[in-house]
Design a protein around this ligand. Sequence first.
Ligand SMILES: [Zn+2]
Length: 196
Amino acid sequence: MNDLCPVCNTGTLAIQVAQFVFSHNGKQITITDEKTICDVCGAVSYAGEQISRHELAVAAKIREVEGLLSAESLRHIRLKYKLRQTDLEAMLSIGPKTWTRWERGKVPQSKTADTLIRVLADAPEVARRLMQQAQIDNPDAAEVFAAIDEDTKRIAEANLRCQIGRSAMNLNPGDLAQRAIAAVRKAQLERGVEAA
Ligand SMILES: [Zn+2]
């Protein structure tokens, strides 16, 4: 970069990597980022791609400090259910393009939204309920939920067969059902955690 400084019209601009301190929820947060500095008057600016990288770095640091899901995780969760960005905006009652901004990484989601997203990531039933409530017509997502239903049935059935095989003499339907439900919950939780 050998451009002339637009402030003093004398110095040349160079890239400087330095600490940047900002305040978030009353906390002082420091990141390291790259900016443009004049070697004569010292004017500092963010040029071109530096602006976007600065925004991404600030948002990523806020996510880290607040313990929020990363932008990549949001994308992963959405794709797990084959939902569109607009679907999640309707499901979570957030404004248009809000999910898109979160997923692009430039804006961090709120702690409240983060909590709900974690729950729907772990529990497909919650995701399906939110989708139904928002009256979303998404055949791809519907297929994912149908596959989860199939899986659930298969797991419950396998568990029941196993229990029946083991205790043929002393069948207790309530106990069998409880164990099958526990097996399904365990499998769903494992699948959710793995996918998120
Ligand atoms: Zn200058």
